[in-house]
Write a protein that binds this ligand. Structure first.
Ligand code: KIV
Length: 257
């Protein structure tokens, strides 16, 4: 197991783990100072490519963004999402994960878990590929958004699944939009760190889509706190540029050769 992953695992029960998404070198460079883990999330399908779902995302698109994102990261663990349909069978999953890791030099991959892909997690572990799981609301497999784990049956199923994923060898697991008490139960029951998104503060760490928390994506569900309003900041700068070009105030002599 990589030194970076060992260090990441040791953070459980010591301090909260800080994670954010990045799709490019410039963003990773800023995140690297503050984050333990940078995720090249398949949310880039929605955020960058304007797709309604993540379902059509190509493996090569993830590789291209991961190649860029990893360049800005030095100390953080960089994890790449495997797109839907790239890990349908263990054989296909291993082939694609090896390609991602070889071409991007990232540290690990993440898959969304459903009831049928535990064998894929096991296959990754057998092949010494570091894998992160993802349960709760999993956009690759769920048609409609719903908070998960609100009743006993769902809670037990999520807990059972999380334990199986841990046993299969995942080094960490994302809990997406899981009710607080269920997130707490899962976090307490696992030895591996749980990383929450919309799953309360009862997880070992937190992740958000960076474009959402910066106020850039226009997607602000309840679990997103807007730490900046970059849409407004960028709008102001572009408006000024637009004005200065029109009145011939830009470029000045100092901007010319
Ligand atoms: O794709 C993504 O950005 C993710 C996070 C929301 C966890 O999976």
């Amino acid at each position: 197991m990589k030194v970076k992953i060992k260090k990441f695992l040791k953070k459980k029960n010591k301090r909260k783990i800080v994670c954010l998404t990045s799709y490019s070198k410039s963003i990773s460079k800023i995140l690297d100072k503050y984050c333990d883990l940078i995720l090249v999330g398949d949310s880039l399908a929605n955020v960058l490519y304007g797709s309604k779902t993540t379902h059509e995302l190509k493996l090569q698109t993830m590789i291209n963004h991961a190649k860029s994102a990893v360049l800005g990261a030095n100390k953080s663990l960089v994890v790449v999402d495997m797109p839907k349909n790239s890990y349908t069978t263990p054989k296909q999953a291993i082939k694609n994960a090896k390609k991602i890791l070889r071409e991007t030099k990232c540290d690990a991959i993440k898959i969304e878990n459903n009831r049928h892909n535990l064998n894929v997690v096991k296959a990754f572990t057998k092949s010494k590929i570091n894998v992160m799981g993802h349960i709760g609301y999993t956009p690759q497999f769920k048609k409609k958004f719903k908070v998960e784990g609100k009743n006993k049956i769902e809670q037990n199923n999520l807990l059972k699944n999380a334990k199986k994923i841990e046993k299969a060898g995942a080094f960490s697991i994302v809990l997406e939009c899981i009710e607080k008490k269920t997130a707490q139960k899962i976090t307490k029951s696992l030895k591996i760190p749980t990383i929450g998104i919309g799953s309360s503060n009862m997880c070992d760490g937190q992740i958000l889509v960076t474009d959402d928390m910066l106020g850039l994506s226009g997607f602000y569900p309840k679990f997103v706190k807007k730490y900046a309003n970059l849409q407004k900041t960028i709008d102001k700068a572009i408006k000024q540029f637009h004005k200065e070009v029109k009145i011939n105030k830009f470029p000045l002599g100092k901007n010319s050769f």
